[in-house]
Design a protein. Structure first.
Length: 86
C-alpha cells in the first residue's frame, strides 16, 4: 500500500469508513476522514475517535508495507472489541 493510495481514500468527496487488513492478520478500522493521518512511511489511526472532538482512546501507527488490503465498511459495521478474561 502506498501513501498516495491511502491519501486518496481519506480525501474522497464522500468518505466511506474502511478497514485495513494487515499482513499479521490484525485489522484496523478508519471511521472518519480525520481519524487517520498519513506520515512518511506509516499511517497514524485514531482508536475510537469521538466525533466532533479531538479526543480518542489511543492510536495505532501502521507501516504502509504492512497493509495487505483495504475493505470498504457499511455504516455501523465495526470489528467487535476483544474482551479480556479475568
Amino acid at each position: 500500500m502506498t501513501e498516495s493510495e491511502l491519501t486518496d481514500e481519506l480525501q474522497k468527496d464522500l468518505f466511506t469508513p474502511f478497514r485495513l487488513h494487515l499482513v499479521s492478520g490484525k485489522t484496523v478500522d478508519v471511521l472518519g476522514p480525520t481519524a487517520a493521518h498519513t506520515l512518511k512511511n506509516a499511517l497514524l489511526v485514531l482508536r475510537n475517535p469521538t466525533l466532533g472532538s479531538p479526543r480518542a482512546e489511543g492510536y495505532d501507527v501502521v507501516s504502509y508495507q504492512n497493509i495487505e488490503q483495504i475493505e470498504q465498511l457499511e455504516l455501523g459495521e465495526r470489528t467487535p472489541a476483544k474482551r479480556k478474561r479475568a
